[in-house]
Design a protein around this ligand. Structure first.
Ligand SMILES: [Fe+2]
Length: 297
């Protein structure tokens, strides 16, 4: 296993591994250590059958079953399809998922730990791949704050609201990729809640900013109006250009990120007939980050 660390706080390429042939425990331990340290790593040229992807994912913990099971790969409830492809006029997966900065499943009481994205089809136009994904290290961003801001942020809690984010997304994408509204059961599984605004990474001990632009609507105890400029400044800090790694996809990529220490954003600069299809798996988190249910909106 050979590592190309790149020039950003995260985004190391791991070369020389074929995950379809399996890796031994020593190699896995080295990969996991690199992953915890870096937050986002990737391997090119992989070809993983659905059960191989799930089996590799399961070495990191308990695979998650996404709340939107209508977008699961048939027969594989742990694989969530990220795709703009339609069959019979219906999207087969989450279309244009995550097109603003966020961490996955941060709105759950136990947010997702790791996410794995395996590229099956990538959109190409004029020889260039579209649909880049941007990544930022929230551990690096926290360390780069001034001491006064760190001290203030350490005492804050963020308000996370999944339904509102979904409704906003439904309105934005209503024309080309209508998403069904959440069912009563999906809504009940994703109540409004608050988390600590800064969390401690269980492996590295580093402090990581946990509020994000998609799902955090305010700081607890502050109005949305008063929170907005504070959140905006933080988001701009986390995602400043020199700290961001931009992943340009190739079919066969396996990209993996740690939702405790990173944020990401998918660029939706492609449309049918250009097809994008990704298989996504995630690992359930074990930390609650002080999760507290709020009066429901
Ligand atoms: Fe995401």
């Amino acid at each position: 296993m050979d590592i190309n660390a790149g020039d950003r706080p995260l985004g190391a390429e791991v070369r020389g591994l074929d995950l379809s042939r399996g890796i031994d425990d020593g190699t896995f331990a080295a990969l996991k250590a690199l992953f915890d340290r870096n937050g986002m790593i990737y391997l090119r040229g992989q070809s993983l059958a659905p059960e191989q992807l799930v089996a590799f994912t399961a070495r990191f913990g308990k695979p998650d079953r996404h709340v939107r099971q209508e977008f699961a790969l048939p027969g594989h409830p742990e694989i969530h399809l990220i795709s703009n492809v339609k069959e019979n006029e219906r999207s087969i997966g989450s279309a244009y998922a995550g097109d603003d900065w966020h961490t996955d499943l941060c709105f759950m009481q136990h947010p997702a730990r790791y996410t794995f994205l395996h590229a099956i089809e990538v959109p190409m136009k004029d020889g260039r791949v579209l649909g880049d994904t941007h990544f930022a290290s929230t551990a690096h961003a926290y360390d780069a704050l001034d001491a006064e801001t760190r001290g203030w942020l350490d005492r804050q809690r963020g308000v996370f609201q999944y339904h509102r984010a979904q409704e906003r997304k439904r309105a934005q994408r209503a024309k080309d990729h209508a998403r069904p509204p959440l069912t009563a059961a999906q809504k009940a599984a994703t109540p409004d809640l608050s988390h600590d605004a800064v969390i401690t990474h269980p492996e590295t001990g580093r402090r990581c900013i946990y509020v994000n632009r998609t799902y955090t609507f305010s700081f607890e105890g502050l109005s949305e109006e008063d929170s907005a400029p504070l959140l905006r400044r933080l988001h701009e800090h986390v995602t400043r250009e020199e700290a961001v790694y931009v992943h340009r996809w190739q079919a066969g990529d396996l990209v993996m990120w740690d939702n405790y220490s990173t944020q990401h954003m998918a660029v939706g600069d492609y449309a049918l007939p250009l097809r994008r299809l990704m298989h996504r798996t995630a690992i359930c988190g074990t930390e609650a980050f002080g999760a507290k249910l709020l009066p429901q909106s």
